[in-house]
Design a protein around this ligand. Structure first.
Ligand SMILES: Nc1ncnc2c1ncn2[C@@H]1O[C@H](COP(=O)(O)OP(=O)(O)OP(=O)(O)O)[C@@H](O)[C@H]1O
Ligand SMILES: [Mg+2]
Length: 310
């Protein structure tokens, strides 16, 4: 393992983004494990959990309450309804008013009728988690908050929510709070993002587009692109000719072995081609993670990925 904390894990808040299914949840956990191993107090937040529930979170039964997954590594799944209730709790000091609001259906109607409100309170909860002076009773202090953000399409509008609200409500508390969240998202000193990609054509294209949208439209720093699930290059160039000979062998077993080796080496070549494209298309530094040959990526496998992060 390359000990020493990777630079991009030194910020306070990191959004992990990328196309659907590229490994965002896995990488978010791996980053969390790594930062915790390096002595930082970390929490990994899952948002919109119904869409992207990660197996690791599911196994540990992570909900809206902060749960410890490992030493210094915590997790929370932010459900917008819970986040909204907590927000109202902090805003309305008068208990009778809160009870009235929770019991009436106005609340539910209001949330349903206001596009982006769920996203806004979710980002509000993320903000609360980054505070050293937590509003939540007995809330722990975290050095690093890692957000397993929604996949690209949703991710962009999710991150845009504070600005949208700040523009709609031009004055008043909503404006001020939305501005505060907007300032948090765009503060490159403390806040950044990681884009997860795969060595395939579409994810590489999407990564380049996402980088320009995040850095440009949203104003969120992109600290790292992670090329995930790279196959190991088992056959150096010299072996390829030998593989071709195996494929034309008279022995069927040797031929089968040769074909497997040929397919693997072609796969690696195709991945390398996409990796080269990525290098040309993005400006953030790139890290790589290996493909893990296991039926599923559990906490143990995520730890292996954590150690590979540089
Ligand atoms: N490096 C890797 N090696 C092998 N399998 C991996 C690797 N990274 C992720 N996976 C597997 O790929 C699948 C998708 O990963 P993951 O759930 O982390 O993606 P995601 O981007 O969060 O997806 P979604 O957009 O649905 O939330 C999972 O089955 C995961 O175990
Ligand atoms: Mg996910």
């Amino acid at each position: 393992m390359n000990w020493g904390i990777p630079d991009f894990l030194k910020k306070r808040l990191l959004f992990v983004t990328g196309k659907g299914g590229v490994g965002k949840s896995t990488v978010a956990i791996a980053m969390g494990i790594r930062a915790a191993l390096e002595g930082r107090r970390v929490i990994v937040c899952e948002v919109a959990s119904s869409e992207n529930a990660s197996r690791i979170f599911h196994q540990a039964a992570v909900g809206f309450k902060e749960v410890e997954l490992a030493n210094d590594l915590w997790a929370i799944s932010i459900d917008p309804e819970d986040a909204m209730k907590e927000y109202v709790l902090f805003q309305l000091k008068v208990k009778a008013m809160r009870d009235l609001l929770f019991r009436s259906r106005i609340f539910t109607y209001f949330a349903a009728a206001t596009p982006g409100l769920n996203e806004l309170v979710t980002i509000g909860k993320i903000w609360e988690l980054t505070q050293l002076d937590r509003k939540v009773k007995h809330g722990r202090k975290y050095d690093l908050v890692i957000v397993d953000a929604p996949a690209t399409g949703h991710g962009i509008s999710f991150l845009q929510t504070p600005r949208t609200f700040a523009n709609i409500a031009r004055v008043g508390p909503v404006h001020n709070q939305a501005m505060q969240l907007e300032t948090m998202v765009t503060d490159a000193e403390q806040t950044g993002s990681v884009i997860v990609s795969l060595p395939e054509e579409m994810p590489v294209n999407e990564t380049a587009r996402l980088e320009s949208e995040l850095a440009g439209d949203i104003g969120l720093a992109v600290d790292r692109v992670i090329m995930n699930a790279l196959y190991p290059d088992r056959f150096p160039a010299g072996d390829r000719r030998a593989i071709k000979r195996l494929v034309s062998s008279d022995d069927p077993d040797v031929r089968a072995g040769g074909r497997a080796a040929l397919s693997q080496s072609r796969r690696v070549a195709a991945q390398n081609e996409q990796f080269d494209r990525l290098k040309d298309m993005v400006s953030a530094p790139i890290s790589t993670l290996p493909f893990i040959f296991r039926p599923e990526v559990d906490l143990h496998a995520a730890r292996r990925l954590a150690e590979e992060l540089e």
